[in-house]
Design a binder for this molecule. Sequence first.
Ligand SMILES: NC(=O)c1ccc[n+]([C@@H]2O[C@H](COP(=O)([O-])OP(=O)(O)OC[C@H]3O[C@@H](n4cnc5c(N)ncnc54)[C@H](O)[C@@H]3O)[C@@H](O)[C@H]2O)c1
Length: 246
Amino acid sequence: MILKGKSAIVTGAANGIGRAIAVGLAEEGAKVVCVDIKPCTETIRSIIDRGLSCYDYPTDISDYEKVKKMVSFAVNELQHIDILVNNAGIISRKNFTDLESDEWHKILSVNLHGTFYCCKEVVPKMIEQKSGKIINITSVAGVIGDITASPVYGTSKGAINTLTKSLARQLACFGINVNAVAPHAIETDMSRQWSKEKREEVVRSIPLGRLGQPEEVSHAVVFLASSHADYITGEVLNLNGGFLMH
Ligand SMILES: NC(=O)c1ccc[n+]([C@@H]2O[C@H](COP(=O)([O-])OP(=O)(O)OC[C@H]3O[C@@H](n4cnc5c(N)ncnc54)[C@H](O)[C@@H]3O)[C@@H](O)[C@H]2O)c1
């Protein structure tokens, strides 16, 4: 168990990639606070069924006051926060010409501001501890622009990639590593919204010839959260079956 004794917060842990990350961290020994706008019932069941420890904390990460309460709950229960995974995210499929300002603000408020709020509350604790790992789940859309989503989605993810690098520079002196994982097409509710034709087109564009699985994102996050990644910071890890190589 490479994360034995560690404590983690995972946002968006009720579904898809977040659920796989919460389970993956718990399997490696971390105690996980599972945060989502809805209860993480299945995630909690999966973790408890394995005889492991976790907490369910339903809240909206786009509300700063609620994030403050969530982090203070986590600190009270766990005393230290070693790992923060900012995974919660929402998508828009609207073309730029159909995109209204309320949707623009909604996507940014969850994806970007929610990530900022969680970092803002957790970082002082990590500075006090002089250690910590922050992993932001972004997207290939934040690296090359949107292909299957609205421009606001890629904008939010690109901003988080930049935040990742800026925080990595500023927090390295406190022993805090900040990295991002940028998936492309992973088999979750988000990608299940595609039509059959769209899905086939996406699969054809991926050298490995298939969509990724949530557990494959989780493996990368577990690695970045562990001491095996102590010398990695400010990295945006492409996780895309070879779709984007650089
Ligand atoms: N699935 C993909 O192909 C793919 C590709 C690239 C990046 N991503 C990113 O991976 C992350 C997880 O995506 P997924 O595919 O598992 O999506 P998903 O929709 O299955 O899960 C997202 C979770 O975030 C939660 N959430 C939404 N708004 C929230 C809020 N305000 N507060 C708290 N929780 C909230 C949802 O309830 C949901 O459980 C997202 O950030 C997404 O942008 C996914």
